[in-house]
Design a protein around this ligand. Structure first.
Ligand code: ADP
Length: 404
């Protein structure tokens, strides 16, 4: 192969690489028009492009030395034919017609190169010469090659662009979803805080207006202040747990059995009020890597729920099952149970299953969201099984920490 041809092919390859780095159809056409001008030693050139399959051609690039504003390729002088076939069209002696088109006025010869890929013709490159030129076989082959690689570069660039758009869309969707959750969370939290504040304000106003010094009123205020501090402590726990996902500095080996025993003992008083017995099936000590206070909160929430949603004279059973690498803790009760339709949502913030069946007062639907977030921070898992009027089983599992 002669050196000159190799140089031309190298230039085309480089153009393809440069074009792919640019990833934009119009820049790619510009690059290939310039490459075509260099390869054929043309005086000037321009590129036509169809943005959609049914659309007409639009001029998308003309080289700096183009002496006129090119018009749409027309029936005349073979342009039309070139646009409809994959083969390039060459005119070595432009005939001077009676009607003067620019193409006749400024050129003696030209080549039209279809930009074509898989039978689709996307556009044309037009390379123009001020002098007559006989096109050699080698020139013709190079022109076909030029059109094909330009089309391939554009197709690849479009695929990359589409992929990038998809990623962008996914990211936007995720951000919108996060934003929605945040807004919902703030709306719910402020709603929860507004009610006790309104009661406190109303009671204080009444006391001030009537000049009362009534302990009944103080009790109402006290009750609502307790309510508020419960909401705030739950909210701050949710925030600190999320924070701890990134910063697990307080983690140390903790004995799960000790934690459950301690939590059960502190909750026995409330269980007694409903005459609920707590059965604890102990095993040998088992350690997990974690934060003692958070884990206490996790078990306290699950056992307190079992009492709250348990029946009078009922029972709660706690099983600790040691497996090869994990420990499973099952907290079962024979309480009111959870309806199937509520099960997928009970770990959501502020979700309360069937409020008509559950006791009112301090229940915000934050407890299980906190439990889940603590479990996840500890690389654990939580699941629930329940049947209405029969009972509920919450299963939490953690990786075991092996003490040497
Ligand atoms: P809450 O503060 O309302 O108890 P949780 O997030 O702890 O909030 O629980 C969400 C909902 O799940 C509760 O409102 C209740 O309807 C249901 N639930 C939780 N634990 C139990 C259980 N052991 N038995 C029946 N229902 C339960």
């Amino acid at each position: 192969m002669n050196k000159n041809l190799l140089k031309k092919i190298a230039l085309l390859n480089q153009t393809t690489l440069d074009s792919l780095a640019e990833k934009n159809s119009l820049t790619i056409i510009k690059n290939f028009t310039e490459a075509g001008i260099k390869i054929l030693e043309a005086d000037f050139g321009f590129g036509w492009w169809k943005f959609h399959s049914k659309e007409k051609y639009k001029l998308v690039y003309k080289s700096p030395k183009t002496p006129y504003e090119p018009t749409i390729p027309r029936n005349h002088a073979g342009n039309y034919i070139a646009r409809k076939t994959k083969k390039p069209f060459f005119d070595s002696h432009v005939k001077k017609e009676n009607y003067l088109f620019d193409i006749d006025r400024y050129l003696k010869s030209y080549a039209i190169v279809p930009i074509c890929y898989n039978d689709n013709i996307y556009g044309n490159l037009v390379l123009c010469f001020k002098k007559e030129r006989i096109f050699k076989e080698e020139d013709k082959e190079l022109m076909v090659f030029l059109g094909n690689v330009a089309a391939q570069a554009i197709t690849t660039a479009r695929l990359v662009e589409k992929e990038r758009e998809l990623v962008l869309m996914e990211n936007t969707k995720r951000l919108l979803q996060e934003e929605k959750l945040k807004t919902e969370f703030i709306a719910n939290a402020s709603h929860e805080i507004r009610t006790p504040l309104a009661i406190i304000k109303g009671t204080v106003d009444l006391v001030l207006m009537k000049g009362l010094s009534d302990t009944r009123m103080l009790k109402v205020i006290n009750h609502e202040v307790n309510h508020l501090s419960k909401i705030l402590s739950d909210l701050s726990l949710l925030i600190t747990d999320t924070h701890k996902v990134k910063n697990k500095t307080s983690f140390e080996p903790v004995n799960v059995l000790k934690i459950i025993k301690h939590t059960t003992n502190t909750l026995k008083i409330i269980a007694k009020q409903k005459n609920i017995s707590i059965i604890f099936n102990k095993v040998l000590d088992v350690f997990v890597l974690g934060d003692q206070t958070s884990l206490e909160k996790l078990f306290a929430n699950l056992i307190r729920n079992a009492i709250t949603y348990g029946k009078k004279n009922g029972w709660i059973r706690i099983d600790v099952i040691k497996k090869k690498n994990t420990v499973e803790i099952k907290i079962s009760d024979n309480g009111i149970g959870i309806m199937k339709k509520d099960l997928p949502y009970i770990f959501d913030r502020f979700y309360r299953a069937n409020t008509s069946r559950t006791p009112e007062s301090y229940h915000l639907g934050l407890g299980l969201a906190i439990v889940k977030s603590i479990a996840l921070v500890h690389k654990g898992n939580i699941s629930v099984k329940s049947e209405v009027n029969k009972g509920t089983i919450f299963t939490v599992s953690f990786p075991i920490f092996k003490l040497n």
